[in-house]
Design a protein around this ligand. Structure first.
Ligand code: AMP
Length: 145
């Protein structure tokens, strides 16, 4: 899919938001929903998405929704840091298939990094164990302030 297109209500993140698909929930408020990435690029890889949005990517998003999303990302990233003590955190976001986007509901990746530990492949590799993701989500959730 290119940068242009129509929002698909059947995309996986829309289904998670509607409760039709499971997710290891980290945090939720009226604006954003944060949950563990099932194909984590590192331990603690978390996604943050706007709850009330039909933007496929950042370019399409309303300023107010984008503002709340960024604030949510900062809040969750701080909790990831407190919970997992990484040496660094990559915060990233892809727009359009050629850029690496695979799910077309705007989302931001929070990827903790440790010195000397290579990062995994984007949107690929091994699916994480659901119980492990749940435990990590709880660990991070406990640090939300
Ligand atoms: P992107 O490629 O930037 O669109 O990112 C989509 C991300 O969603 C990838 O990192 C996938 O591993 C992740 N993902 C796909 N399906 C799910 C799912 N059901 N639950 C959690 N994360 C998912």
């Amino acid at each position: 899919m290119s940068l242009d297109g129509t929002y698909d209500d059947g995309n996986i993140f829309a289904r998670i938001l509607r409760g039709e698909m499971p997710a290891a929930r980290v945090f939720e408020d009226e604006h954003v929903f944060a949950f563990m990435d099932v194909f984590p690029q590192s331990k603690g890889h978390t996604l943050v998405i706007p709850k009330h949005s039909r933007a496929r990517n950042l370019l399409e998003e309303e300023p107010q929704v984008l503002s709340e999303l960024v604030l949510g990302v900062q809040r969750v990233a701080r909790a990831v840091r407190a919970a997992l003590k990484p040496d660094g955190i990559v915060i990233t976001q892809f727009n359009g298939a050629p850029a690496g986007q695979t799910v077309y509901h705007l989302h931001v990746h929070i990827i903790p990094r440790w010195e000397g530990v290579p990062v995994g492949r984007h949107a690929g590799g091994q699916m994480a164990d659901a119980e492990e993701l749940k435990a990590l989500a709880q660990q991070i959730a406990a640090q939300i302030t």
